[in-house]
Design a binder for this molecule. Structure first.
Ligand code: TXA
Ligand code: MG
Length: 324
């Protein structure tokens, strides 16, 4: 079933032997999936072109979609850029380690595919103790997209990673479920105001002044327009309070239907999972989409949330999961 070497670690006290083993595989050019606070990443040595090519092959990722480079601290991040702006310094001081990714002009030396020919590099210092321990032990910058097959929901558990990539990666560091559950916020930090390229766990409200990305800006952040986050079943969105009846209607048409909502599932509908508030849906969203497909439903109806705070990132992912 799987050829990946599995290294189980306690997320609060990662075993140095297991971390060193994973770090050695990374340094040698292997592919290692590992937990971050947001989602599992699929890591490779960011200066090793063959290793980085392996990420694109394993994921089936389009070559025009650049990768986030993960490092263990601000100095290491700044060293990957040709101009570390005052804005980058301020954002790093406020949000790192944590789920914010900064796009800056790239210094030479990274594998070309990391930047997808854009001349920029996206950098992030994660706060998950396993990710930090691994980055420290590796001693090299680690390019890491989410560890799913391209187009699928991001992985928030080791089982999700194995389901998508167990055959194609060298190792998986299993540190349990990711606590945040939704990806980092991506901003262009080359100017004086952060330009929002992808909504994520760090909200607009937390960032303060934010500029909207131009169409051209979004073109250079291709992850925002590629097909993404889709499970094997169809995803239908329903306004608050209407999800159970929408699901019942689809079930009456003869479909096997699942429900993700604040309320429970009516008779004839599969209860995929309930959530109390947008933050809980953010944390569990990808797991619930994968659970819906594991339960064999043909369509899952998901109740929407208000588009403020973390609700914006949740609705961004849900809309793209639901696209035809
Ligand atoms: O939370 C996260 O960010 C996770 C964990 C593993 O760190 N990573 C992640 O990577 O979500 P990925 O590859 O699934 O999404 C990266 C996003 C994409 O939308 C991509 O287009 C954008 O970041 N991106 C990467 N490098 C960029 C660059 N140089 N310029 C603009 N956008 C960039
Ligand atoms: Mg991704």
């Amino acid at each position: 079933m799987t050829r990946a070497e599995i290294l189980r670690v306690d997320p609060l006290r990662p075993d140095p032997g297991a971390i060193e083993r994973a770090a050695a595989i990374l340094r040698a050019g292997g592919l290692v999936a590992f937990p971050t606070e947001t989602v599992y990443g699929l890591g490779a040595h960011a200066r090793d072109a063959a290793a980085v090519d392996g990420i694109f092959r394993a994921k089936g990722r389009p070559a025009d979609n650049p990768l986030i480079v993960h490092v263990d601290g601000t100095d290491a991040a700044a060293a990957l850029t040709s101009e570390w702006t005052p804005l980058a310094g301020a954002l790093a001081a406020s949000f790192w380690p944590g789920p914010l990714t900064l796009v800056l002009d790239a210094a030479p030396g990274l594998a070309p595919a990391v930047s997808a020919g854009l001349g920029t590099v996206a950098v992030r210092v994660p706060r998950h103790p396993v990710a930090l321990a691994l980055l420290r032990a590796a001693g090299v910058p680690v390019a890491a997209p989410s560890a799913n097959r391209s187009g699928r929901p991001s992985p928030t558990t080791a089982a999700h990673v194995l389901a998508d990539l167990g055959e194609t990666i060298d190792a998986l560091v299993d540190g349990g479920a990711c606590p945040v559950g939704i990806e980092s916020t991506v901003v262009d930090a080359r100017g004086t105001t952060p330009v929002l390229l992808r909504e994520g766990w760090v909200t607009r409200e937390a960032l303060g002044a934010v500029a909207e990305a131009s169409a051209e800006g979004l073109r250079t952040s291709p992850g925002t327009h590629h097909r993404h986050y889709r499970p094997a079943c169809a995803v239908r969105l329903a306004d608050p309070g209407t999800a159970a009846s929408v699901a019942s209607g689809l079930a009456a048409d003869g479909l096997r239907v699942g429900l993700v909502a604040r309320e429970g599932a009516p008779a004839g509908v599969v209860d995929v999972g309930r959530f109390a508030d947008p933050a809980e849906l953010a944390e569990r969203l990808y797991d619930l989409l994968r659970r819906a497909e594991d339960l064999g439903v043909e369509a899952v109806v998901v109740e929407t949330v208000a588009e403020d705070g973390i609700g914006r990132a949740v609705m961004d992912r849900l809309r793209r999961a639901a696209e035809d």
